[in-house]
Design a protein around this ligand. Sequence first.
Ligand code: DX5
Ligand code: ZN
Length: 214
Amino acid sequence: MIAPSVLAADFGHLEREVQLVDRSEAAWVHVDVMDGRFVPNISFGFPVLRAVRRATTKPLDVHLMIVEPERYVARFAHDGADWVTFHLEATEDPLHCIHLIRESGAKVGVSIKPKTDVEALRPILDKVDMVLIMSVEPGFGGQKFIPESLDRIRALRAMADVVNQDLLIEVDGGISSENAHLLFEAGANVLVAGSSVFKAEDPEAEIHAMLEAR
Ligand code: DX5
Ligand code: ZN
């Protein structure tokens, strides 16, 4: 699956940009929320999420790069998130966070930054629907893919084979049709792509090319 990230879209024409994804072969729309504390950048919040929600019927995959995610997960689900992903590094109590997301009716994702050991996920791996492996430092679009991420995906897939065979692995940062095949080969199920899609001359063709890489 491909999940284009609206962070790289033209916000002056957000509806048009989201509709472009809606028409395409992409499975989900990825929505990056940044609070200026967990990451050194601020993106957008609830009103923009609601505008994205109105522009597509595809599932919204909300990636929370915010501290104390437990304070807000239910509100993101209420405002249109089908998937709510929080950062393991951002909370003292991941189990509580998972519980709150489940209670809200959304699917549960947990994300780790490039320097966090995948082993840190082991205690909660059977309790989540998805793990999002960051393949760049979170906070900004348009960065270069970190090649070591491939080994991290393989290690996570091996762990999941034992405790949670249905686990989806999503990867985010520096992904395009150039490296998509490496990620699918390593065991990823969902690829997030911001700049490669929205800055492409033909975004739908770029999405198609990434899927062809499987
Ligand atoms: C980065 C965000 C990404 C970002 C990816 O912190 O989580 O989703 O939009 O952008 P590209 O695909 O340009 O690396
Ligand atoms: Zn993201």
